[in-house]
Design a protein around this ligand. Structure first.
Ligand SMILES: [Zn+2]
Length: 125
């Protein structure tokens, strides 16, 4: 059964996880906006090559990875979305939710650094 946890508590947990990231990672993602959403849109799921009828996402990075930026790069801040409902529905305890948030944040931060899903799969993220 999914843990009883409001969206507000979930958001608080995301804030806590972000505060525990290693300093050199945290300082590099200062311009990345981290937002909590209920769930991904069908377009977001399709955008990463999945089927909205069957698949969902725990998190999503949207933006231009560091290595693809020119020296004069200027744009809206990048965004990492963390999806509340898919995560809590896949977990049975608050400790598990915390772990899943941490894994998801690190996964999406890795995309910001230009690391692809194939490598992340290999490393268990
Ligand atoms: Zn990914």
């Amino acid at each position: 059964m999914k843990p009883a946890m409001t969206r507000k508590e979930f958001r608080q947990l995301v804030t806590e996880v972000l505060a525990t990231l290693p300093r050199d990672i945290a300082s590099r993602i200062e311009n990345v906006e981290v937002v909590v959403e209920d769930e991904p849109t069908a377009a977001q799921i399709r955008g990463v090559g999945l089927d909205p009828q069957q698949d969902t996402l725990f998190g999503l990075y949207e933006g231009v990875p560091l290595h693809e930026r020119g020296h004069d790069y200027a744009a809206l801040p990048d965004k990492i979305s963390i999806f509340y409902l898919p995560i809590i529905e896949s977990c049975t305890s608050i400790a598990e939710v915390r772990d899943e948030i941490r894994t998801t944040v690190l996964h999406e931060v890795a995309h910001f650094f230009g690391i692809g899903d194939d490598d992340l799969d290999e490393w268990g993220y």
